[in-house]
Design a protein around this ligand. Sequence first.
Ligand code: UD2
Length: 368
Amino acid sequence: MFLGIVDIIADVHGVNQSSFYLLFRVLVLTYNITYSSFGEMKNMDVRVVEVLGLCQQDPVNFRRENCSCRSRDMLSPQGLLYKQPSVLMGRTNVVTVTPWLAPIVWEGTFNHLIVDSIYKPMHLSIATTVFAVGKYVSFLRDFLETAEKHFMVDFKVRYYIFTDRREDVPAVVLAPGRNVTIIPVPGSNRWQEISSRRMEMIQTTIENQIGKEADYIFCLDVDTKFHGRWGAETLSRLVATIHPGYYEQTHEHYPYERRPASRAYIPAGEGDYYYGGATIAGYVMDVHKLAKYCHEQLEADAANSIEAAWQEESHLNRYLLYNKPTKILSPEYLWQDFKAKNNEVQIIRFSQVNKNYAEVRPNVKKRK
Ligand code: UD2
């Protein structure tokens, strides 16, 4: 009714309706701040923030039209024929859902025909960050060439390559709708610092650029190759990947940070899965929140002269223990080339290549 009255007043006075709505909402907010309870005020605040074109989830001023917190309808086309899903038959040798009801994605838990028919028409923009600092630039060609074959095929993808060696970035042929942006970063004498600093750079690049350009973001290690489909089945609000080294173990064997002095501390007796730092994904806003958290915790530790057991991966694991991911990728999505394939892992989609640490890391001594 109020909006009807606003329409009439706007017509009578010949005022542009959207400006009038905006003014009206701001007046209502002022009224609420003055007279209503905190709960009502908070709700109204959210609505006005939306009207003003900002996203309410974060203090950073992301534009509303680029805000990935809006969910979309899961529309499936009529006439699509596929194997009927069963409620009785499915994977039996792996767990496919967490105790908080997030799916764990394994081969056999999704039908790519249905997934693609739902997500491809959404015309999503996918940001993919990859750091290639120092000698790690040599991994880029394989990473990009195999990504073009398997990673989010038919989606709009922009690779954000963070490097101190721009001139060594290989020219790889990309499919239409896929692009590269190079982001210059300083080098470092410590591999631990390079790995950790990714969080800060992801945070600031989301604030300055990616937040305006993408719906979803993937943050991936570069010393890797894609071997099989990695598609829209991996999209969700906050996505983590089970580390291939620990999925058969219980949490007392995880390399969590166990020193209470570190901000990454996880007390004995607590834990879900051990997540790999090599793949983090989700809505841009949610990954921004995670990256900002890890960056702040890394800084706090540095101020106290402590470095967590596995740098940013330790802080990531603490964050994900208390901020549960909405989807989990099985070790199919993060394998290691030196590990033999086993029965549970029916397909290896993405794997860390074997590397000579002394050769590629700046602060690892070469063996004589
Ligand atoms: C693990 C994680 C990694 C990270 C690290 C802890 C997996 C499989 N890997 O891998 O994600 O959490 O532990 O810090 O979960 N980089 C450079 N230049 C360097 C060093 C690193 O660009 O000189 C970048 C590069 O993108 C690389 C990433 O940092 O892929 C991680 O470094 P790493 O692969 O050497 O770490 P690693 O193998 O210990």
